[in-house]
Each structure stands twice: as C-alpha cells, then as structure tokens.
Design a binder for this molecule. Sequence first.
Ligand SMILES: Nc1ncnc2c1ncn2[C@@H]1O[C@H](COP(=O)(O)OP(=O)(O)OP(=O)(O)O)[C@@H](O)[C@H]1O
Length: 909
Amino acid sequence: MALSKPNSPEPDPFTSDTARGTKLAALLRKIIENEVQNKTDHVHAGPSDVADDVIACLKDLYATEYAHVRPLPWCEDFNLHLGEVYTNLQLQYRDHRRGRFQDTGTIVSLGDIYNIRPRECEVNFRSAVRKIRVEGDPGIGKSCSCQKLAYDWSCGKLDRFKVVFFLQMRHLVGKVKDEIFEQLLPEDTKMTPDQLWSYIQENQDDVLFILDGLDELSQTDREVTDVVDLIQGKILRNCHVLVTSRPYQCVKDLVNCHQFYKIVGYSKKNSEEFIHKYFCKSPESGLELVKQIRSNSTLSEIVVNPLNNVLICVVWEDNNGKLPSSKDELYEMIVNAVAMVQCTKIYLPMEGVNLPPAMEEALRDLGTLAWEGLEQEQFQFNIEQIQSKYGTTADNMLNMGLLTRDYSFSRIKRICYCSFLHKTIQKYMATHYTNGPVCRRFGVSDGPVVNRELIMHCYHEYRGIQNRLLLTLGEDSRPLFERFVKELNKAQTDKDRNLLSFLCIIWLGTSCAGDKMADIVAPCLPEHATNCGQRGLKVFGYDHANWCVGLAHVLTFQKKPPVVDGACLIQHLTIHCDRIDGAHQEKLGVLENALSDFSAMRSVTLVDTIADTPLRTFIPRCGTELVVIRINNYALSLLSLLSKLEQLSAVSALMKDLLTYLIKSPHLRGESLASRFLCPRLSTIEHVEIAACTVLCDPDERDVDFSEYDRLLALMIAGHSRLRSFKFEIGSWERNDSQARGFGNLTATLQSISEHARLEVVEFELPGKDDLDLDIEDDEFPEVDLVNNGLIPAGMFVQDETFNAEPMVHTLTECVKKNKVLRTLRLRWRISYSKGNMNKIYHGECSNQSLSSLCSAIRENTTLETLVVDGLLSHSECRADMISELLRNKPSNYKKLSITLSDSTSPRV
Ligand SMILES: Nc1ncnc2c1ncn2[C@@H]1O[C@H](COP(=O)(O)OP(=O)(O)OP(=O)(O)O)[C@@H](O)[C@H]1O
C-alpha cells in the first residue's frame, strides 16, 4: 500500500512570542507535536497493522451488535442471541445444467457453503466460484443467516477469509468504498476509505462481501452505487460476494452469479428445535406448543417460515396457550396485542373487548400507509411526512409498535424513517385495515350497486398498479378477492356479472397465489366463461393470457370434490383466439393442463382462430359435447384450417389407439379395463361446427386440392364416434394456383358419414367456385369485349371447369341407402360472383344412370327428413326431368327434399 510521507514542519509561529503568550505557545506547540507524532505513528504503522485494526473493529461489531436478532423490533428488550437460537435451515442448490433446485443435504447455513472441503478435482472449479446468490421468501431467514455468517467469522469459524464486510442494501446510499465506513466502521478507524480500498484490491481472494437484501436497494440509490458492479465482477472481480434477495427479484443483476441457493425455511425437526431453544427456561410449555403445532396442519406449514415460528412462540407465550389457525389470524392477534399494549401505555381505556376509536383510526391510517407504500413498492416511510399527513393520529401510528423507527445507517446524514416490523405485516395491514384505498384502485365500492363505469375506468387507469399489487400481495390479497366476490353478488344484470367475472378471472391469473385463492371466486362465477371483452373495456393484450391462467385455477378448483353445494361449474367456454397472443405459450400450457380432463365443460366455441391457435389447448379430452369454430374477421389460411381439423381428430385418434392397445392386451384384461376407464374418456364431442368466411391460401404455401380436406373431414368424423351433428361452412375460396381444385369433392367424407352409427345431422355449405388471384393479361381475357357483348358484368372474369361428379354421386347414393340414423343431410355449393377477381366455376357431370340410382335410393330411404343437394350437378334437360319426377312423388318421411342443378347459362369466357 503506498503511503504518503509526513509534511516537513511549518516555521514556528511562536518563537518570538511575548512572555504573556509563552505559556499558550508552549501548550499549542505540545498539541501540534502530539498531532504530528500521531500522524507519523499512523503512517509508519504497516498496512497489515491498520488492516488488523479494521478487522478487529468488524469482528467486534459482528460479535456484539450483529449477534442479536430482534423478531419484534418494537420490543427493545426482546433480543435473541444468535449463538443461542440460531437453528439450521434447509437450503436448495440450483443445478445450472438442469436448471432445477435440489436439496443440499449438508449445507444448512451460509457458512457451510464456504466450509465444504473441495474434492481435489473440484479445487479449480471452486476457486472460480466467487459470486453466490441466495434467494428466499420474506421472513425465511436471509438476513438472519447473513448475520450468522458474519458472526461465525468474528468467532474464527470462517478463517478462510481475512476480512468480511456485511452490508445491508436497504441502507446503501453511495459507493461501496464509502458505505463500508458508513455502515461498519467507527469514525476513528486508522485507515482512510482509499487506503482500505487499496488493501481490498491487493487481497481480493481473502475478502468476502455479504450483501443482504438486494431487492431492497431503491432505484435512486441504485443509480449512485457501484454495488451491482461488485456483484457482477466489474470491480474487485476476484473478491467473494454472497448476495441475498427475495425470489425472482433483481434477476438481471444476479444472472451471472456462479452459484445459486434458495433458503426454503425450517424442516419440521428444525422448527421444533427452535421452539425448544426459545422455551429453554420453561421446557413443558415448549413441548405443549410442539404438540399443538403437530396436530394442526396449517400451523405446521406456517412454522416452516422462521419469522412465523418465532411469532407463534411469542403469541403462545403472551396468550397462555391460545393459538391462531392461520397467518392472518396470527397477525390479527399480534396487531391486537400491540395496539392494546399501546392503549395501556397512554392510558386510553378499552371499550369492552374493542379497541378505542382513536386506536381503530390509527390502525386504519396504518392500513392506508401500508397500501400506499405497496403501491409504490415503498417499505420505508419518512417520519416527518407521516406527521404532517396524519396529524394527531400520527403519534399513535408511530408509537404503537407496528412501525419500527430507525435511523439511516449513515452516521453523517442521519435521517429518521420507519418501516413496518415486517413486510408481510405491511401487506396484512394494507388488506385488512383499510376499506378504502386497495379496493378503490379496482373500482370496488361500498355502494349497493355495481359501478360498472368506475370498474372499467380503474382497469384502464390503474392496471399497472393493480398488477403490481396482486403480485406483491400474493395470498395476502384474499380479503381483496372476498370483496370482488361481494361485488359480483351485487350484480343485477348479466352485463355487470360478465364484466366482473371476466376481470375477477384476470386478477386471479395475475396474482402469484391465484391457485390458492380460486376457492373464493370459483363458486360465484357463471356457467359460461368467455374472454370476450365487454363493450367499452379495452383489454390489455397480456391480460387475455392472465385470464387463461385464472381460468385454469378456477377449473382446477372446480375439479376437486367436494365442490361447494349449489355452486355451478363452468360448462360453456367461448374463446376469442385472436386476442390470445401465442407468445404466452407457458400460460396457455397451464390452461391446457387444467382443461384437458375437465369433464364438466359441455361446449367450447372458438372464435377467430388464427394460424397459431392450438385447438388442443381449449378442447377438453372428455365431456365436451359441442365444439364450434367460427372465423368471422379473418381470412383463414388453407393449411392452417387443415391443421386445425387434423388436431381436432387427433384428440380422439389418440384415445382410439390407446383403447385398441388395451383391448389387444389379454394380460391386462383389456376389455373390462378399457370399458371402465377409457371409454368414458373417449371423445365425447357430439356436435362440431366449423364456419369460416374466407379460406385463403398463404402466399408462401402451396394450394391444396379439396381432396385433402375431404380426407381430413372423413378422418375427423370417423374419429368422433359420438358425433351427432356436424356443420361445415366456408364462404369463399381464394387461391393462387389455378391447377389446384377447390370444388368440394366429398367422396371420403360421405363414405365416413355412411358408416357412422350416430350422426343425425350433416350440413355442408361450400363455395362452388374459386376466386383466383392471377395476373391476367389483357389479351388473354379481353374483358372489354365480353362486357360490351353483355356476357358478364364489368370487372369480372369467369372460367368454367367441368368436374367429374360421378364418384361423389355414387357415394352419396350408398350413403342414402346404408345410413339409417341420418335425419338431415344438406350439401350446398353456392356460386356468388365477386368483382375484380377471376372466378373458376365448377360444373359437376355424371351419367344419367348414376343420377337415376341416386333418385331410387332417395325414394327408398325411410329415415331422412331433410335432404338438400344444391349445385352439385350442372343443368341438363334429362337431369332436370328426373329430379322433377322425384320431387313430384316425394316420399312422406321428407319434410324437405330439394335437388337443384347449377345454372348452365353462366357466362363463358
Ligand atoms: N435460522 C434461524 N434461526 C433462528 N431464528 C431465525 C432464523 N432465521 C430467521 N429467524 C427469525 O425470523 C426472523 C425473520 O428472519 P429474517 O429477517 O432473516 O428474514 P428475511 O428472509 O431476511 O426476510 P425479508 O426478506 O423480509 O428481509 C428473524 O428476526 C429471526 O427471529
């Protein structure tokens, strides 16, 4: 370390002093000489001597002040010594290659991470591990573990490091170099910040920085500090850093850390061990508490969290064996106890068992403070601001004990601030002690009717805040959801009910604990769920994905028996697919999982499926009777529709394969097994409707012959053995390739229909022409002449194509002969001209003999009630006569019988 030389002595100002001044001069000289001597001593002390001084100061600090935790910071005399109460925790290690957390076994405190003796082959690897990230939920013991690590070092248990700096991120306001002095060292430290920094630079491998609570570093401080550079190795790259934060926070800053641990709290054994340590002076009481906790599953879960565990001990101790059954109840008891103590202190008489109004008011204002803090992710509050905002109530708020007063760590600029004694208590206060602010951001009011306008306004105006709040509160937003349900029950019209249920599901999907709160919302939702936005509500894109997640939570809850008596299940689903962004694959996966075995869903309507809409996500594998696919606003790509159809049949094809496999496996006693378990899971879809206004060919894809559709339609019909009705409607074909045939040849489909045992209604409505998008040369199609000759309307080109309808007429005949369940069969090929396009119009041809066979089959069929065949065959005198003859002697079972021929006088090119 480079040390500067002492300055040469200044000329003596006192040599010619008068006698009166001689005494004073001598005194001053002595002072100056002492000062110079001090400086010289200091400068002559070696670097390691002064470093030893810093190390001694740090060890002293960690062994005294930092050796205690104060679980209830408002109780100054309630300190627990780490050496007595620290209890092992469970840590998990994240395997970088697999990306999953695994139990660590031997690592039960942060010190163990450094004390593991590396195997020889790992030495190099371990020395490269310098930046360690530790995450954990609130109250799980991150700070406590950091304190213990520093404490252990002060006791000589971590001698692998010469120096350990423990910095709390919420107090960090400047560069690390200065913060070490601000937070940790006394004013008379023998080193300057620059000297200590040089020492650290020269001894990097021997220095450990413990950085606690990176998530608590404010945005403003983040801009001035270099702590993130330290974590990322941009400065002091060979120093060791252990940094803690709450889960999923500051991910970007921490992503390159070499190792990643998660603290998951106490094991059952640890939590009991802590209780015994806590009650070491009254072991029977500890034993009784352990017994009570063991018999209460909610409490057993709660005490995994060390903060909750110590609070339960306190409540148990203070309440003579009365125990809360949930975290909310526990906090309620604590808050009550704290408020009561305050009343006693300030001689405020209780009103029976109730708190006096002044104290109630203070609690409500604390709720408001808590809420406003959460809204801005603020956990520390300026005391002066509280005093000026809350006036006379401020004293009670500040002194009650729910807020801890603290000074900023800086010893130079001391600011007094306060914070809730724990962040989870801030959340609890925000949701329990305020009727106003939280609900107000969601438009939920105390009025007797739903204020629809207000709810929509809040959604538009405060969606960001709503989002943040739901994420921050987690399961603590239960009371908020209870309010939503109250509002839902107030709804008098379907419009209001639909709006509120839609938003409730979105909010559930936004919350990080939506799965745990679905029980509140699910019983009150209507039977029909849809993500169709309400008039006037502009739904944010990501909220459709949140809605999918929320719906998944509701369905998962509704699947579990026993569902609340009288509560209805969601039975109909309408999804506007174009609003769900395919980028949210993960969220769609959550819905697919929940929906796949949800047997109560009777109908699914998919509106405006787009190219990447996965049908399987939205159609349960069992129970659903009706599937409707309706494309209103989009011209659908041909191949996309093909793939949709394939998926739809794949659902049941898979089941069929499984069934066949089981039936063929004698050792499984397949048949009975299959009928008991698999048959009910076989596709239960009874009705399918697919309607698209326009089918387009993707410019990059090849056009496909209609026979490709025919094959898939046939497959689908055969795959859905319980199908009772099938409707398929396409407005128009738009094609690039004039060679590919668009006319609906339904040979395979009709074959499949004729063999189907249940199908009663089949309706096809298809275009009898293609709209071809061709580059038409003027001389090839002299439009003007045609128009002038009055053959076609202006701007339209028509090309006729003859189509061999013989096979289709034959299969139709077979179908009408064979099938005895079909009641309605409509096959329509419409021709409507569109301006400006080249139209290729199909004219079906077949022999008179085939048509005659069809007419006979129609006459002999006794089960059909409606038969319409429209535009399949082109006009000829003979065909027209045969059909008139049939219609004149219409058999009595037909309510409607109609066969029309396409117009032979269509304009010709
Ligand atoms: N290992 C432990 N042994 C004994 N008590 C513990 C332990 N860990 C935590 N505690 C108790 O739980 C309380 C809360 O723990 P701590 O403050 O470390 O949580 P945290 O994870 O840092 O929370 P936050 O994220 O809110 O800062 C401590 O004050 C202490 O009383």
